[in-house]
Design a protein. Structure first.
Length: 354
């Protein structure tokens, strides 16, 4: 399985949804950097289940244990190993459907590739796998903050047909759906409650912005910064599309409208989303991800079993009616991981430290 990412900042996640623990090993963090369990825990708490009525009610403390690589709250340059023990799994919820492929899940494709029956909670295909990503992302954020003064934030800008008109990142950080616009927060909440009451789910859009990223990160031709970011974001379960800057909206624009003209003080606009030719421009990097509706729903659906016989299925248990608020935390982490890796590679290949 492809459970490792990175060139110099290397991340390897491990563990299954209903196993004893999930975790991550991180290599490449510079020695001497301040890193505490709180730095990691604050990020994990953003994606933790059971926080409010809009997310999965699985009860997990998600308490991180740092096993190596940190002494006296400073990194020492060696691999940093972290685990989070699973305490709230209920494998019995999957007993009646253990032989069935859940529509929208990876059960069928994992069966075809590895020959294994559907795993309780989805195994490695579960959103639980992202615990390790978020823990690694917390370290990447520390690198960006300490060495570049860069920040990464993500928030929900659309759920179903309800769209944000304004962006207030501070408000999003306090809202249970990570909604960025106070004027449509109640409408987003009502939409999620409506589909959840019907045993269904809903999709949305999460926007990610990275500020303080210097110009020059990214390596053409095959390791363009936007290509690496797109791949990282698309590796998150539930993400079905990624766009930068104007994204697909650019098809309605003329070159004279889309080009980011320049003046003596810098760029006059940011339609490109902070990346040109696969290299960061120094402007904010702006991305959006299309998030599909949660696959696990209580509504009866058609499927087949492991022998190929037709069957009906209704997925019980504790599942997110909307993935957006928790995916936002994972999107922040993956963005930070890519940027930290790109910065380390930039320094290694150019000898320039910024």
């Amino acid at each position: 399985m492809g459970s490792m990412y990175g060139r110099l900042f290397r991340v390897a996640t491990f563990g299954e949804s209903h196993g004893p623990a999930v975790g991550v090993i991180v290599e490449g963090a510079p020695a001497g950097m301040q890193l505490t369990a709180k730095h990691i825990q604050d990020e994990l708490d953003k994606r933790r289940p059971g926080l409010n009525v809009y997310v999965s009610q699985r009860t997990e403390d998600d308490a991180v244990e740092i096993l190596s690589g940190v002494v006296d709250e400073r990194t020492i340059g060696s691999p940093i190993a972290m685990i989070v023990r699973n305490t709230g799994q209920r494998s019995g919820d999957y007993k009646d459907i253990a032989h069935l492929f859940r529509p929208g899940h990876a059960d069928y494709t994992y069966f075809k590739k590895y020959g294994i029956a559907p795993q309780p909670g989805g195994g490695r295909a579960s959103g639980r796998e992202t615990v390790g990503r978020v823990a690694a992302g917390a370290i990447a954020k520390r690198i960006l903050e300490e060495h570049l003064g860069a920040q990464v934030a993500a928030y929900t800008i659309q759920i179903g047909s309800v769209k944000a008109k304004e962006i207030h990142a501070d408000y999003a950080g306090k809202h249970p759906l990570r909604c960025a616009d106070p004027s449509c927060a109640e409408a987003m909440e009502a939409e999620v409650k409506r589909v959840a009451a019907a045993g269904d789910s809903i999709g949305g859009v999460v926007e990610i912005i990275a500020t303080g990223v210097p110009a020059g990160l990214g390596d053409p031709v095959f390791e363009k910064l936007d290509a690496l970011l797109a791949a990282a974001l698309m590796s998150i379960g539930g993400v079905k599309g990624v766009e930068f800057g104007e994204g697909f909206g650019a098809v309605r624009m003329k070159g004279s409208e889309h080009n980011d003209q320049m003046g003596t003080t810098g760029f006059l606009s940011n339609h490109a989303g902070g990346i040109l030719g696969g290299i960061s421009t120094g402007q904010p990097i702006v991305m959006r991800t299309a998030v599909k509706p949660t696959a696990s729903i209580a509504i009866h659906q058609k499927t087949i079993d492991v022998s190929g016989r037709s069957a009906d299925i209704s997925v019980k248990g504790r599942h997110d009616p909307c993935l957006c608020p928790r995916i936002a935390a994972v999107a922040e982490a993956m963005t930070a991981i890519v940027l930290a890796d790109a910065w380390l590679v930039h320094n290694a290949t150019t000898g320039i430290r910024k």
